[in-house]
Design a protein around this ligand. Structure first.
Ligand SMILES: Nc1ncnc2c1ncn2[C@@H]1O[C@H](COP(=O)(O)OP(=O)(O)OP(=O)(O)O)[C@@H](O)[C@H]1O
Ligand SMILES: [Mg+2]
Length: 575
């Protein structure tokens, strides 16, 4: 526990003064708890027992005055705590988000969207909410307890001993169930992540849900997760609900014993009524927080689990990162070489085997072949979304793992098979290609991507809002926005992944023109299903089941009697 919180200490550092002040304020706030108890001794002995009427208001006024002081201090402490707490939450979330952005594809492949939100957002809230408010509670409780124990001892050392021993007994059950609560808390948080994934899938897949009438199916899936979560939560309450009553009973035993023993001492004349009243009040105040400990333990475990998760997340090391002395790829000069590349997305899996291919500067190399053959995978490894198992991918004679990731990717423009557009306008999305581009550059890119006719039909033109994931655009329009984005990036290497497969003939023509513009004077790796579009490629590689079957120009490959390319081509031509 201590180690856990200690690792979060760096987050407190920028706010040291405020944190010390906020925690420091808790000392008098806690200590002032004993004022009532302490003042009851003289009040009972001198005012009540001796009927000293002229002092009747003195102690009550004093109690109210101290309460006001305590209230004011409490306000400042709570405010400071909240403002520092929010800032710490912000800092942790900021770091977590940065961490998330640096993760590699392997990491994202494994996560559900709910896990991402949990890991990088919700845990941060729980962790830092716990951090400060618990610290504040702890410090004020400690000082409250110290001052109240002082009052107890002042009034009767003997009785104090009994009271403190019982207090110790009251804490025993807590230590027993902590681990159990923690395990359930963990599975509750996982259950929450599952729910977020359900929400997200129903949202992103709303059209599929509607088209296949999956409402009932989705609902059942959701309900199953929800029911599991609910029963876990109920179980958590079941495991914790008995703590408070149990402590209440133990504490009552303590109070009962004290009253009995105290009365006995008064009757012997070993204690004044004032001592007794003061003692009892201090005891009740001391025991009070103990009784609510059950809930605190639950909350505390929640934040402990969150802290653990946050630390774990902050420590994730992406498997694809810059090497220690990574160099910058400053412009592309000669060639891309794949040499005996073997690769699988998982260990012991073979998706690419012994792939060797050279792409010289200025060439257009086409990858063709059946679905699932590994064409997109080749693009993925050149972009270093994944690292290969053996062999090498070199650019200008140097293994791409020697280059910094950002310089490598800076030199490559990609139009994906499935392009992602961000919430915002067309212009925003094109500008992602080059953030400091001028409006003229953006217009040029849009023109080259054959978007002008479409833009002309829109009242807001480039400033048209396209919705989350670009849902307000057609498939071809989305693709052309992605092409404009790649065009604006103006990288020397261009990777096009099957950018024409999802379109009808007319939009294909437009997109094809846009692609030709994008490919001009670049080194291009184009993955195409429509073989008519790559007839002029400098090299065509036929990929099947992760292997290269043939490489050559269109005419060369067509001249092979029973060549794979020729078969593919004739099949398509017949269609
Ligand atoms: N992220 C991934 N994790 C695990 N396996 C994957 C992943 N992406 C692709 N695969 C698998 O790798 C193999 C090659 O996929 P790839 O996407 O490279 O095929 P492709 O040639 O581009 O096919 P298509 O023409 O249909 O786009 C497939 O069997 C696929 O199931
Ligand atoms: Mg593909």
């Amino acid at each position: 526990m201590y180690v856990c919180y200690k690792s979060l200490l760096p987050y407190l550092k920028p706010y040291t003064v405020k944190v010390i002040l906020a925690i420091g304020l808790c000392i008098p706030i806690g200590a002032l708890d004993s004022v009532i108890a302490m003042s009851l001794k003289p009040y009972t002995d001198t005012v009540l027992m001796n009927n000293a009427e002229k002092n009747i208001f003195f102690v009550p006024i004093l109690i109210v005055l101290f309460a006001i002081v305590q209230g004011i201090l409490n306000y400042f402490a709570t405010y400071l705590n909240a403002s520092v707490g929010e800032k710490i939450t912000r800092d942790i979330k900021h770091d977590l988000y940065k961490k998330m952005l640096l993760q590699d594809s392997v990491f994202f492949d494994k996560q559900k969207s709910g896990d991402i939100i949990n890991k990088f957002n919700i845990h941060a809230d729980n962790a830092s909410a716990g951090l400060l408010s618990k610290m504040k509670m702890l410090v004020s409780r400690i000082f409250s307890s110290i001052s109240l124990v002082c009052v107890l001892i002042y009034n009767s050392p003997q009785l104090s001993l009994i009271a403190v021993i019982i207090l110790g007994v009251a804490f025993l059950p807590l230590s027993k169930i902590r681990k159990k609560i923690r395990d359930i808390t963990k599975s509750v948080t996982n259950g929450l992540a599952g729910l977020v994934t359900e929400y997200n899938e129903s949202y992103s897949g709303n059209k599929t849900v509607a088209a296949y009438n999956l409402q009932n199916y989705q609902e059942k899936k959701f309900l199953t997760s929800l029911n599991q979560l609910t029963s876990k939560k109920i179980k958590l309450s079941q495991k914790t609900a008995w703590i408070s009553p149990m402590m209440h009973v133990i504490v009552s035993v303590g109070i009962g014993l004290s009253i009995a023993y105290g009365s006995y001492k008064i009757s012997l004349g070993h204690m004044t009524s004032g001592n007794f009243v003061s003692f009892l009040t201090a005891l009740i105040l001391l025991y009070n927080p103990v009784k609510s400990m059950g809930n605190n333990v639950k909350e505390f475990q929640l934040s402990m689990v969150a802290v653990e998760h946050v630390l774990k997340t902050l420590n994730i090391k992406p498997s694809i990162a810059n090497k220690k002395n990574a160099i910058k790829l400053l412009g592309f000069k000669e060639r891309i070489e794949l040499e005996h590349v073997n690769f699988g997305y998982k260990k012991k899996q073979t998706i690419l085997s012994d792939i060797s291919l050279t792409i010289n500067k200025g060439e257009t190399v086409a990858l063709v072949g059946g679905s699932g053959g590994g064409k997109t995978t080749i693009a993925n490894i050149i972009l270093r979304f994944y690292d290969i198992a053996s062999g090498s991918v070199k650019i200008d004679g140097i293994d791409i793992r020697e280059y910094t990731l950002d310089s490598l990717r800076k030199n490559i423009s990609v139009v994906f098979q499935d392009n992602f557009l961000f919430n915002g306008t067309i212009k925003d999305n094109i500008m992602l290609g080059r953030k400091n581009a001028t409006i003229q550059d953006v217009q040029k890119a849009a023109e080259m991507a054959c978007l002008n006719e479409f833009l002309g039909s829109l009242p807001d033109g480039l400033d048209t809002y396209i919705g989350e994931r670009g849902v307000l655009l057609s498939g071809g329009q989305k693709q052309r926005v992605a092409i404009a984005r790649a065009f604006l990036k103006d990288a020397p290497i261009v990777i096009l992944d099957e950018a024409t497969s999802a379109l009808d003939n007319k939009s294909e023509e437009v997109v094809q023109k846009a692609l030709e513009n994008l490919m001009q004077d670049k080194t291009v790796i184009v993955i195409a299903h429509r073989l008519s579009t790559i007839r002029n490629a400098d090299k065509i590689a036929v990929i099947d089941k992760g292997k290269i079957l043939e490489v050559g120009k269109h005419d060369e490959l067509m001249n092979k009697e029973s060549g794979q390319y020729r078969m593919l081509y004739e099949k398509q031509f017949k269609k």
